[in-house]
Design a protein. Structure first.
Length: 263
């Protein structure tokens, strides 16, 4: 069972080291590689990630940087493409801003129950999840959208996109994700596509915190975009799925590796 840990990183020089430190010797063997994709940050994210790798000599992986800022969704596309081309069985997404905890996913890897689902998704609003310093306003807004998506998709949605998820890659060989937006709504389109394609999904409880992170989400504009996506799907499901919603295609062949560590 080969698992790639993908860490998208943007402007998280103060947090990325803590994320890398989460992969202790006790669990690092569960991951074939740790792939960090830095998305043209305006701070010292690359330097912080490099130092953290060097301080954790048991880790196998690399840091690469995008030639241009391709957005959150564009970064995930590069990771998915890499994982499929390297014949990985699973890809685990863990955001580089240290809001999520990799340990929340370890029990499901150890018991191999991730093999039973196409998508094992961390859910901030699972009844058993623990939220630290997460505002009531954002909690309320997210739950409203979860409810709307649940009604439209006909299944209970507990989160449209938290920062820790595992995907079984043989369910993504057609690469439908290439038609998702390159921005933060990538995960929202993912939920719609998973439902349309009848992928098996489960939501798991996670621990989620907000300490020194800087959010890249513009709440009002993001809400409007999300409503438009859902409305478009309601009006014509087949057309929505077939439409390329990306601003531009993302190449899978341009990995600018700035640091590599082989164990």
């Amino acid at each position: 069972m080969k698992i790639l840990a993908l860490i998208p990183a943007y402007n998280c020089e103060n947090q990325i080291g803590r994320v890398i430190n989460q992969f202790s010797p006790a669990i690092s063997h569960l991951f074939e590689e740790i792939m960090i994709i830095e998305n043209k940050s305006k701070d010292q994210t690359i330097n912080s990630a490099t130092k953290a790798f060097q301080a954790n000599q048991h880790l196998n992986g690399f840091i690469c940087t995008n030639e241009n800022n391709v957005g959150y969704g564009g970064t995930l596309k590069i990771g998915f493409n890499y994982a499929i081309e390297k014949n990985y069985d699973f890809i685990m997404i863990l955001h580089g801003d240290d809001q999520g905890d990799v340990m929340d996913m370890i029990p499901y890897i150890n018991d191999q129950s991730i093999k039973e689902y196409d998508c094992t998704l961390g859910a901030r609003f699972h009844p058993k999840s623990k939220l630290k310093n997460y505002s009531w306003f954002r909690t309320f807004g997210n739950k409203v959208y979860n409810y709307l998506f649940s009604i439209i998709l006909g299944k209970k949605i507990l989160d449209l996109g938290a920062g820790i998820n595992i995907y079984k890659l043989n369910a993504f060989l057609e690469r439908d994700y290439q038609k998702f937006p390159n921005d933060l709504t990538f995960d929202y389109c993912g939920i719609i596509s998973h439902s349309y394609r009848k992928r098996s999904i489960r939501f798991i409880p996670i621990t989620w915190r907000e300490d020194d992170q800087i959010s890249n989400v513009k709440i009002i504009s993001q809400s409007i975009i999300t409503l438009k996506l859902l409305l478009s799907y309601c009006l014509n499901k087949n057309s929505f799925i077939a439409k390329d919603k990306a601003s531009k295609q993302i190449s899978s062949n341009k990995l600018n590796i700035v640091y590599k560590q082989v164990v």
